[in-house]
Design a binder for this molecule. Structure first.
Ligand code: KG4
Length: 362
């Protein structure tokens, strides 16, 4: 594409006034749009999709359709809340992947169409990098930012990674799950217990009422900094299966009547095991690399036990820890906007014919 000449002249023109970045995030089931003006977050609007609840998981086809319905009002609201008009926009950042392809196509196409109509450049953002860069959002709450290099534990429904962050655009995955992600383990175990989707927040809630030592689940023995959660999931399942057999009942509800606090204790034990697995590898990575700035990001970083573990490890091992505000843990456009702002300053624009992709590394 002949983008460079056009983009350079456009860039010079834009630099004369305020830098206004509009971002669009549509990688899964949240439609989100945010605006950053001269480095400060001015709005972050999220429309969640309730349509998936009855199916116990995200239905890709329904997600794409809901994005189509949501995207215009969400972008419109983000601009209004930020106090800017579409004519003020300097560039449009969008999530290019990884994610559900149909969902990504809605955000990408919208970003391209709007950018073409406004004659502004587009900036593609890796969703996972966005999660990490959420730690740099200036939202007026005095959020502390890590300095490079730092380690980031990136834990979501689809990823469990330890990322060595060397610069805003230089990240290396030094460890990752070889099977399920931590969030996936929470969601699948929650489903077995008959809890709604997504199960992570339910596990967190019930765990507060349970005994974390009641059920000792299996922990993986994997080399290096990699993770595995499939064995834990099986151990959880087998524990329940054995309890059902031992009490001569067939359903979890029947079992819960025989064992007081069953769900609470199972949730607390599962959560403690997941947190322990995550933190032990992170501790090893921090020690081996001699890094003491440690951050957490992604949907699972909303988990209260994981957040507490960060505080405890921070005190014990003299880490400076960075825990995102809840609003930046799950999918949001503020983080995409921040990543887009960095790329804008680095003049890293994207050609109009670039396509989204479902799977990418960081
Ligand atoms: O990053 P995210 O919003 O979406 C992607 O996977 O990209 O993460 C969603 C995951 C789900 O697995 C959800 O159950 C989990 O984050 N989650 C939690 C909590 N809140 C969300 N897991 C444990 N405790 C929570 N409080």
């Amino acid at each position: 594409m002949q983008k460079n000449v056009y983009l350079c002249s456009r860039f010079c023109e834009i630099m004369k006034k305020s830098t206004v970045i509009l971002a669009i995030e549509s990688s899964c089931d949240d439609t989100s749009s945010a605006v950053i003006v001269d480095g400060i977050l001015r709005s972050n609007v999220i429309a969640s999709q309730k349509v998936h609840e009855e199916f116990g998981g995200v239905v890709p086809e329904l997600a794409s359709r809901a994005h189509q319905q949501n995207i215009l009002p969400v972008v419109d609201t983000a601009l209004k809340r930020a106090g800017v008009t579409k004519e003020d926009i300097s560039a449009i950042a969008f999530t290019r992947g990884p994610g559900l392809l149909g969902s990504l196509l809605v955000g990408t196409s919208f970003a391209k169409g709007l950018a073409l109509s406004l004659n502004v450049p587009i900036i593609d953002v890796n969703h996972l990098q966005g999660h990490v860069l959420a730690h740099f959002v200036e939202d007026g709450t005095g959020l502390l930012h890590p300095s490079f290099p730092f380690l980031c534990l990136l834990v979501s429904g689809g990823n469990s990674q330890i990322v060595l962050v060397k610069a805003y655009n230089e990240m290396e995955i030094i460890g990752q799950t070889i099977d399920d992600a931590a969030g996936e383990a929470f969601d699948k175990c929650a489903k077995v217990l008959g809890l709604p989707y997504p199960g992570g927040p339910w596990i967190d809630k019930l765990a507060k009422l349970g005994d974390a030592t009641k059920y000792p689940f299996a922990k993986p023995n994997i080399a290096g900094y990699d993770y595995s959660f499939s064995g834990l999931k099986t151990s959880f399942l087998y524990t329940l299966r054995d309890l059902l057999k031992a009490h001569g009942v067939e359903t979890i509800d029947e079992l819960a009547q025989k064992i007081p606090n069953l769900r609470e204790d199972m949730c607390a034990s599962l959560q403690a095991t997941v947190v322990d697995i995550l933190m032990k590898k992170l501790k090893k990575a921090a020690k081996d690399l001699g890094i003491s700035q440690v951050a957490v990001a992604g949907g699972v970083s909303a988990n209260s036990a994981l957040r507490q573990a960060f505080i405890d490890y921070g005190k014990k091992y003299h880490w400076e820890v960075f825990i995102p505000p809840f609003s930046f843990t799950t999918d949001n456009a503020a983080m995409i906007c921040q990543a887009g702002y960095f790329k804008y300053l680095g003049k890293e624009f994207c050609a109009i014919d670039e396509v989204p992709f479902a799977k990418t590394q960081i």
